[in-house]
Design a protein around this ligand. Sequence first.
Ligand SMILES: Cc1ncc(COP(=O)(O)O)c(C=O)c1O
Length: 363
Amino acid sequence: MAAVPDGPPRGPDHDHWAPLRHHGDVEAEPGLLDFAVNVQGDAPPRWLRERLAATLDGLARYPSVTHDAAARDAVAARHGRRSDEVLVLAGSAEGFALLPALRPRLAAVLHPGFTEPEAALRTAGVPVARVLTDEDDGHRLHPSAVPDAADLVVLGNPTNPTGVLHPADAVTALARPGRVLLVDEAFADAVPGESASLAGASDLPGLLVVRSLTKTWALAGLRAGYALGAPDLLARLAGPRPPWPVSTPALEAVIACSSPAAVAEAMQAAERLAVLRAEQAAALAAVPGVTVLPGRAPYLLLRLPTGHGNRVRAALRASGVAVRRGDTFPGLGPDHIRVAVRPAAQSARLVEALAGALVGVAA
Ligand SMILES: Cc1ncc(COP(=O)(O)O)c(C=O)c1O
């Protein structure tokens, strides 16, 4: 694991950093079986849709301060925090877009990892040091590899796309006065028991945890999430926001999904996902030429035989299957692909398509 100095952009900023803005949704073209996006299911559960539908009659009014306060109360109760330690977001991606408001002098971003925080920071001209984890080392987090000078450190837990769940003590070792430690927990509720989550940790200096409703609740189109941190940190983050940044239905979703019954439902789903993950990993590992990298998230990172990644992705698409390319993630290459954990019937189609694409290819 090493901190990699990154040279100046080669061309116009938007061209150079464009790969960081690539996401699986553009690979999940209509009609393809979608393993590229890690949203669970096709639609939110009925009880949640009904809750959202009930807000439609009130859409003539702007989102209210009391509704926002109720959402913050609900999140606070869910995580054992105070309400002033909660900032409701229009998706966790909004939290990343706001990071430049913290005016970091040097941001250290763990990679391979979700690229939006780096994209937002780069676009705002913030210097970024990439801290690369190694496949040979199980993409383990070594806190000593993070530059001391970094006053903002960004990592995901579990990390996307590696799926690695870093132990809480390795993550907390990165916290220190004068530094903001952003932990992207967009997938934490898909890990049984939310193990290693720091959402409830109110005593760590500079800790900012970002959560998403997108994945577990199939709410990608709604844009709902939240940040947890010290009130002064949240106030700095929120500085550049427009008025009414979170819609009324999104506020309602945050309240609904923070209830004890919803949290219990998510936890059961996480247990089921862990079983499906193990089964899907075993079936994929049995395909000659496929290496399944270890992880705990509701997706799997695969390595394909050297030089075959692009061809295999095209072959999968031709057989009706979309997977997430790996090469837009710093630290991965064209022979990495990421696939969502899906129900058995769907993952069987992936396994079959992958085996077909790799026939005759030596590992
Ligand atoms: C690791 C990770 N964090 C955050 C996000 C953004 O999620 P949201 O829909 O909450 O903005 C994604 C979306 O792909 C993600 O993979």
